[in-house]
Design a protein around this ligand. Structure first.
Ligand code: FE2
Ligand code: FE2
Length: 447
């Protein structure tokens, strides 16, 4: 992910540019308040791709200081200066006269980052945002108007209001839409964020309501998981998405403590009407924690760390759940993906590990487990040589792989073969064998 520093003391302007940069270009944005702070950061992080800076901050000649620093240190960093008519004095600087012209700022940033215009055009945010109809099964009313989209001509759509802000509706009416094959409702772009907050709050209330039966609880956790990962990818962490993830993770850990039989719980999850990514998440968390238990692992927070890693490891694939089945370089090549998706899959472990660092409540070290989940130490691609990785990473890899094979077997059928044999072959080192044995202890007990 490209790194961009922004220095702009006008809050509204800063927000405007920030939201558009992250939405259109998906960059990692770092806020700094003046040139001095930015220079201090550059001293430890010289690979920053772009700095977007106000011409002056108070009495400081901000952009000039940055220009001098970049050229005297021969950095590869581009500089976009907001609010000056002057001609740029060097190759790495772009001056933007009107700072409110965020489109120009996004375009100039894209150019420096080497992102081409087509990619930008594809990412233009429409006036309405689609929201899966099934989300509404967990609501009785909603805090915005809800529309359905009707095709007017081959290129044009019309949006028709179906649910009014704060109207009550029934589950039956929502089910009817689903039976008719409607997958998405739409909400106005400006209302989307508040809708996501409203939905998250409702889901938390439901998950936490006492007396839910385990199958019901798994269902609502599955629905909530889907909402959480999609909204986090789209809108980032906010207090509602954080609360929702907390609720789901704590429930996964609690369920595990309450269920003496691993196979029973896995069975319930695998047979629930929930999405693939959620099933992978919950089951990986259960299996990983079972291994911990059998190893008598006592590290503080280890259970929590593995539950968090299970939750977030494939979050970059939120909209492409099927790609989460790719578990080797060979499988990636055979999937015949276009360049953008290939990159997405190849880097998804690394990118998820960067994202989780922004979660203020995630236990320290979760990012590492996530980065390692396909076996490489840098989070790019796939590797079977996992012996040098930390123990929790190894445990996660084994649990994760085991669950993948379990679901593959459920999907494809065929003669059952011991998954652990495949694991021994793929990860042939003595200390990984200890982990696989710990898993076998539970599997054998079942028989
Ligand atoms: Fe993955
Ligand atoms: Fe995964």
């Amino acid at each position: 992910m490209a790194q961009v520093i922004i220095i702009e003391d006008n809050k509204t302007l800063n927000d405007l540019i920030s939201i558009n940069l992250t939405t259109y270009l998906g960059v990692d944005l770092i806020q700094r308040t003046n040139a001095l702070e930015a220079v201090n950061l550059l001293a430890i992080l010289p690979n920053v791709d772009v700095i977007i800076s106000a011409h002056k901050i108070n009495d400081e000649h901000t952009s000039e200081i940055l220009e001098n620093y970049i050229s005297s240190n021969k950095l590869d960093t581009g500089l976009i200066v907001l609010g000056t008519n002057e001609k740029a004095k060097n190759e790495f600087t772009v001056n933007v006269a009107d700072p409110k012209d965020w489109e120009n700022v996004v375009k100039s940033t894209a150019k420096i980052l080497g992102i081409n215009e087509n990619v930008l055009a594809n990412k233009v945010i429409p006036d309405y945002i689609s929201v899966p109809v099934r989300y509404f099964l967990n609501l009785e009313n909603v805090n915005c108007d809800v529309f359905i989209r009707i095709k007017k001509s081959p290129t044009e759509y019309q949006y028709v209001k179906r649910i009014h802000n704060s109207d009550n509706f029934s589950k039956v009416s929502i089910k009817r839409y689903m039976e008719q094959g409607l997958e998405n409702f739409h909400v106005a772009r400006d209302a989307h964020k508040n809708f996501a907050i409203f939905l998250s709050n409702r889901l938390v209330e439901k998950i936490e309501s006492p007396g839910l039966e385990i199958t019901e609880r798994i269902q609502i956790m599955g629905d909530s998981y889907e909402v959480a990962i999609r909204e986090i990818v789209k809108l980032g962490f906010n207090s509602e998405t954080i609360q929702l993830t907390e609720s789901i993770i704590q429930n996964m850990v609690k369920n595990f403590e309450k269920s003496p039989e691993m196979s029973n719980l896995l069975h319930k999850v695998i047979n629930s009407q929930t999405g693939l990514l959620y099933q992978r998440c919950h089951m990986t968390s259960v299996v990983a924690n079972e291994i911990l238990k059998n190893l008598n692992y006592t590290e503080n927070l280890a259970h929590e760390k593995l539950a968090y890693a299970s939750f977030f490891h494939d979050i970059m694939l939120a909209d492409r759940g099927n790609y989460s089945k790719i578990n080797s370089f060979d499988e990636l090549e055979k999937a015949n993906l276009d360049e953008e998706n290939w990159d997405l899959v190849f880097n998804h472990a690394l990118e998820a590990s960067v994202l989780i660092r922004k979660h203020p409540e995630a236990p320290v070290g979760v990012d590492e487990i996530i980065k390692h989940h396909h076996g490489t130490s840098n989070g790019k691609g796939y590797s079977n040589s996992i012996e040098k990785l930390p123990n929790l990473s190894k445990i996660f890899i084994i649990a994760h792989h085991f669950v993948l094979e379990l679901l593959r077997f459920k999907e494809n059928g065929g003669a059952p073969k011991p998954i652990t044999e495949e694991l021994y072959k793929r990860y042939p080192s003595a200390d990984v064998a200890i982990i696989i044995k710990a898993l076998e202890k539970t599997l054998k007990r079942k028989k």
